[in-house]
Design a protein around this ligand. Sequence first.
Ligand SMILES: C[S@@+](CC[C@H](N)C(=O)[O-])C[C@H]1O[C@@H](n2cnc3c(N)ncnc32)[C@H](O)[C@@H]1O
Length: 261
Amino acid sequence: MGMRRLVAHPVEGRMACLVVAESDLVRSTEIGGERKVGTSVEMNAIARAVQRQIDGCATFFYDAWVNQYVNSITGDYVEFGSWGGNTMNQAYIAMKNAGIDRHMWAFDSFEGLPPAADDRDYHPGWNPGAGKGQGGVDKFYEACDKHNIPREAYTAVEGYFDTTLPPLGLDGAPNDIAIVYIDCNMYSSTVTVFEFLSPRLKHGMIIAFDDYFCWSPTTVSGERSAFHEFSKAHPQWHFERYKDVHRAGVSFVVEHADQLS
Ligand SMILES: C[S@@+](CC[C@H](N)C(=O)[O-])C[C@H]1O[C@@H](n2cnc3c(N)ncnc32)[C@H](O)[C@@H]1O
């Protein structure tokens, strides 16, 4: 009997699905919609990397939720870049395990990365504007159903950030946020996210980046570049390095800078 096992999780900001089919010797992996075939040694290496990211997310989200609860930080979970529902799933499981109940938000085009608007949007691991399509928000609902995340637990907002976020203005919901998870890969997308977050920042909020250490041979990570620019332009906020999420992901806690002077 053939065996089929599917593991899905972002690898360097892309979705990697490892499929073990027919026998342990026939393996292929799908990254960003492209099927790659490799030896079982190579495929095992990818599976190990994926599992380490899942484990990292699980630990990070659990600790972050417990900390927000212990420190009386109110608010929702807000994610930018959600389509596979994997990080959302880890955040949801950890929240439930911590005995916490907060609303969750998933912002995504659910159609893939937009075209590049800046040199810093490029990376060897992803392809802005490739337009492969991710099946729209219905595929995201399906993914969340499979993860047993109830529909009422979250709100999915479909569309490119530059069309969905500005209409929310300075105080449209979500406007009380405990944890932000940024997994939109690109510099320009992260800039738009910070324009939205700017009036919603509050002391004690945690901001996590999935692709903070996805540099390239010539560029700093796009998420990191956008965050660096934002923090320089807003010295009233101090962003203290908090916990690592996984190999490429890190998080920060937002603090009033004047308390540290
Ligand atoms: C790595 S994937 C997210 C994976 C997801 N966190 C998971 O665990 O399944 C990055 C996502 O960011 C979204 N994205 C990036 N820039 C965007 C933008 N400007 N507007 C809307 N969605 C964007 C893409 O559509 C893509 O689905």
